[in-house]
Each structure stands twice: as structure tokens, then as C-alpha cells.
Design a protein around this ligand. Structure first.
Ligand SMILES: Cc1cc2nc3c(=O)[nH]c(=O)nc-3n(C[C@H](O)[C@H](O)[C@H](O)COP(=O)(O)OP(=O)(O)OC[C@H]3O[C@@H](n4cnc5c(N)ncnc54)[C@H](O)[C@@H]3O)c2cc1C
Length: 463
């Protein structure tokens, strides 16, 4: 008999199952792949990254870097695996996605307290459970959640970027460099495809005229009140960005700042950056190039990018459903369901956005489920920490404008002297405050990452 059921062996579910199992709970982890597919995942590995292979900034004075530092202190297993599988990506933590997923899968498979069950769960379990079924939650389970919560799900669509084979890139045109020369490799971590003004305008025109996959339900969703702003801003399809104005891409994902074409000695008018996608360096993804063009159109239009005239595609871009619940109405900052103490939600389904934020909420849900099992007080993280601020945001946001949120300094309580310091120093000050609060709390309450997390870590009664 299990102590805890975790639904979904993705990023949040894998971390949650591990954290609870480490604290002695017998965990059943249900993953429906490979028998039921999501439309975006391609393997049956746990913790598969469905789009970008970057887990965001690793710099300590950036929001995502701060979140990672908090997770390191709290003992995140997935972050450990990501570091083992990391690839050169400037200040970001990018991973070989296959290696990362394999490492996580092995850690879960080999854990004596975790049983993996390859089955779709269609209803909400009666015993303690963590729902971490992600943005592509199966329709049957979505329906059960809607019935449970008496709320219609919010939903919207998201887009993924294409991946190409490295040996199909024309390096006589493309060049290696990191913006402002700030990469790990001397020759630069990214491959850059440079555009002249004429090439750029011709490309944008072709992009705008290209055929797209029809999105009937999405269009209906817009009409019924789900705004286009409900795309992840960082994941807007390029053709949608291009519609905002002819130069919008040149100021967005194709911005050339910090790059100089070694062949001309000048900054190109625009640039498409390619980021390494696997350890072998045989695959590259088009950074920020999520798209919903029909596949033959992607092949045609993306081959207009200078240096990609012979590009071979491993994966084309796609758009997908993205499901999240009305957390401000339904969840507590402990990630417990408002009307049931032993039901937790974690990951993208809570409205926390981004790989690393999803892993982090899995970590907290796993710890809190274990604490509930052991009759300990549950933890609400202080909102000066990045994870605490994310949990606070999703449970307190105005429901009317509720949108998924990724780690950012804007959701932290302001610094007292914020106006007197520059942006970079501000990031450092936020990070110092968050980590100091964490350290203070850990020492004050004599809690370790194994035992619990605390803080200013307000603890709450589990009931
Ligand atoms: C298409 C797409 C692209 C994205 N790209 C990015 C990106 O580039 N960068 C970024 O930071 N974030 C991205 N995200 C957002 C988000 O960070 C990822 O989706 C992330 O994987 C979410 O983590 P999760 O654990 O919540 O869900 P997932 O990692 O998707 O895990 C959920 C798991 O639950 C399983 N499941 C679903 N329903 C059931 C059921 N009923 N029974 C059993 N198992 C079930 C699924 O098969 C899946 O394995 C993207 C999201 C989508 C949809």
C-alpha cells in the first residue's frame, strides 16, 4: 500500500516523488507514457524536456540563478542531474536532454521507496496525492480536476522550437560567438546566422505569408476570453511576433546585440542563434524560434535563414495545449488543494512557468507531503525567496488576470534602497536577502534540507 501517489513523471512529479521517498514514504509514481502520448513528449523517459534544452540562467544575481541556488540548498535531485548533464551555454544551465532524462529516470527507478506505474490516472486518488500531470494533462484527468474544483480550467497554447542537424549548417556563412564574448568556449557557445537588412526583410515577409497549422480551438479560446498574452511571453511563435511589426523580430529573438560577424567586422542587421542541443554537439535548436507553420513551410522558410539553406530538421516546431488550474482560488502556498489537505498540485499545472520553477514546486510539494505524513507542520516559504514568491504569486494573484509566472525579481517584495542601486546590484541584493533569510531560518530552526526547509519559513498547521 502506497503512502503517496504522484501523478506524472515529468519535471515536478519526478522531483516530488524523490523528495517524499527520501523522507521514507512509499511512493507510487504514475506516468502514462508511452501508452498514452501527450503530443509533445517523444520518449518514455521521466523528466523529458519538451522544448528548449536550457534551464535558464545560472548566474547567482539573476532570478533563475537565485532559484537554482535555493534549490541546491534544499537538495534538488533534478538540479543535480542537470549539472551532471550540462553543456556550454554562457551563463545559462543548458543540458544534454537525453542524458538529463536518463539520469533522472535511473535515480527514480533505483529508489527503493518508489514504484513507477506506467498507466494513465483518470480520477483524483482518494489517498494522499500530488497532481503533477503538467500542461498536457490527459483529457480524462483534466475533466476530473474540473469536476473536483467546480472551476473551468484555464487553458491556452504554447509553441516549441525546431531542432536541426549541426552538419547541415553552412559554417562559411554562420559563425560561432557568444553575445559580448561571454561564453564558456573561446570560440563562442552559439552558432549565429547573420542577416543583412534585405535578407531580414525578405525572411520576415516569407514568414508572414507562410501557411500555418489551423488552431481552431485556440482562436475560439481567444474569443472566449483567453488572451493571446496567455502564451508564455518567451515562447511566442515567431510568426506572431512578426505580426507586431516588421522589425519586431530584430528587436526580439533575432536581436544582434553583442555580436559581430567576423567576416564583415560589423554587427549584422539581425541574427538567428543556434544553441547546442545534445552533448555530442550534433544537434542545434533555433533559439526563441517557436513556430506553428506547417512542417513543409518550416522547411522552406527556415532555409531562407543565411547559413541554413541546406538545414536538415530533426524536429519541427509545434504548438500545444497548456493546462493550468485557477490556483489563486484553489491552492494554498503549501501547494495543498484548498479543500483537501492531502491533495497537492505541483509543476506547470499550478501556473508556475518554466522548467526550473516546475522542478522547484515539485520539490516543495514532495517535502510538504512527507511532512503531512509525519504529522509535522507544513512549510510556506517566505516571499523573499524566489520559490516562496512563486508559490505566493500563484496562490494570491488576481484571478481575472492570472497568467503563468516564471522566476523573476518583480514578484519579490521590493528592496528598501532599490531606487539607489543599478539593475545588476539590485539582482545581487535580492539574491543576498533571499539566501540570508534561508540561512537564518535553517540555523534558527535547526532544519536541514533533509529534515525540512524553514525560514522566516513560516510553518503552517497541516489541517
Ligand atoms: C510544448 C511546450 C513547450 C514548452 N517549452 C518550455 C521551454 O522551452 N522552457 C521552459 O522553461 N518551459 C517550457 N514549457 C513549460 C514547462 O516548463 C514544461 O512543460 C515542463 O515540462 C512542465 O513540467 P511539469 O512537471 O509540470 O509537466 P511535465 O514535465 O509535462 O510532466 C507531466 C507528466 O505527466 C504525465 N501525465 C499527464 N497526464 C497524466 C495522467 N492522467 N496520468 C499519468 N500521467 C500523466 C505526462 O505524460 C508527463 O510526463 C513548455 C511547455 C509545453 C507544453
Amino acid at each position: 500500500m502506497a503512502d503517496l501517489i504522484v501523478i506524472g513523471g515529468g519535471l515536478a512529479g519526478s522531483e516530488a516523488a524523490f523528495q517524499a521517498a527520501e523522507r521514507g514514504l512509499k511512493v507510487q509514481l504514475y506516468e502514462m507514457r508511452p501508452f498514452v502520448r501527450t503530443g509533445a513528449h517523444q520518449t518514455h523517459d521521466l523528466a523529458e524536456l519538451v522544448c528548449s534544452n536550457s534551464l535558464g540562467s545560472n548566474l547567482p544575481d539573476r532570478a533563475s540563478g537565485l532559484l537554482k541556488n535555493e534549490m541546491r540548498i534544499l537538495g534538488s535531485m533534478l538540479l543535480e542531474c542537470a549539472e551532471t548533464a550540462s553543456l556550454p551555454a554562457g551563463g545559462a544551465l543548458a543540458v544534454d536532454r537525453e542524458l538529463f532524462a536518463r539520469l533522472v529516470t535511473e535515480r527514480i527507478e533505483n529508489h527503493p521507496n518508489i514504484q513507477i506505474i506506467r498507466e494513465e490516472i483518470k480520477g483524483i486518488p482518494k489517498i494522499m496525492a500530488i497532481v503533477a500531470s503538467g500542461p498536457l494533462t490527459s483529457p480524462a484527468l483534466s475533466k476530473s480536476i474540473a469536476v473536483l474544483s467546480n472551476e473551468e480550467h484555464l487553458f491556452f497554447f504554447d509553441a516549441i522550437a525546431p531542432v536541426i542537424h549541426a552538419d547541415s549548417i553552412n559554417m562559411d556563412i554562420a559563425f560561432r560567438a557568444s553575445r559580448y564574448g561571454k561564453g564558456e568556449h573561446d570560440e563562442g557557445d552559439y552558432i549565429n546566422c547573420p542577416f543583412t537588412k534585405e535578407e531580414y526583410y525578405a525572411f520576415v515577409e516569407a514568414l508572414l505569408l507562410a501557411e500555418r497549422i489551423e488552431l481552431r480551438s485556440f482562436e475560439e479560446a481567444i474569443k472566449s476570453g483567453v488572451k493571446a498574452g496567455h502564451f508564455f511571453e518567451g515562447c511566442l511563435p515567431v510568426e506572431i511576433i512578426a505580426e507586431r511589426g516588421i522589425d519586431s523580430l530584430a528587436f526580439g529573438p533575432m536581436r544582434p546585440v553583442g555580436l559581430r560577424d567576423p567576416r564583415t567586422g560589423r554587427r549584422p542587421y539581425a541574427v538567428v542563434q543556434l544553441r547546442q542541443d545534445n552533448l555530442a554537439g550534433s544537434l542545434y535548436n533555433l533559439v526563441g524560434f517557436q513556430t506553428n507553420l506547417k512542417f513543409p513551410e518550416q522547411r522552406r522558410v527556415l532555409r531562407l535563414i543565411p547559413g541554413l539553406e541546406n538545414a536538415e530538421f530533426l524536429r519541427y516546431g509545434q504548438m500545444h495545449r497548456n493546462t493550468f488550474i485557477a490556483s489563486p482560488k484553489l491552492l494554498r502556498p503549501t501547494l495543498q488543494y484548498i479543500e483537501r489537505d492531502d491533495l497537492f498540485f505541483a509543476g506547470q499545472i499550478t501556473g508556475v512557468e518554466g522548467y526550473i520553477g516546475n522542478i522547484a514546486t515539485g520539490l516543495l510539494a514532495g517535502i510538504n507531503a512527507a511532512r503531512l505524513h509525519h504529522h509535522e507542520n507544513l512549510i510556506t516559504l517566505p516571499s523573499t525567496t524566489m520559490l516562496g514568491a512563486l508559490c505566493h504569486y500563484v496562490t494570491h494573484a488576481d484571478l481575472k488576470d492570472f497568467q503563468p509566472m516564471k522566476a523573476n525579481f518583480g514578484i519579490l517584495p521590493p528592496l528598501e534602497a532599490a531606487s539607489k542601486i543599478g539593475k545588476r546590484e539590485r539582482g545581487q541584493a535580492y539574491a543576498e536577502r533571499a539566501l540570508a533569510d534561508l540561512a537564518h531560518a535553517l540555523s534558527r530552526d535547526n532544519l536541514t534540507s533533509d529534515a525540512a526547509i524553514a525560514g522566516e519559513f513560516r510553518t503552517e498547521d497541516s489541517t
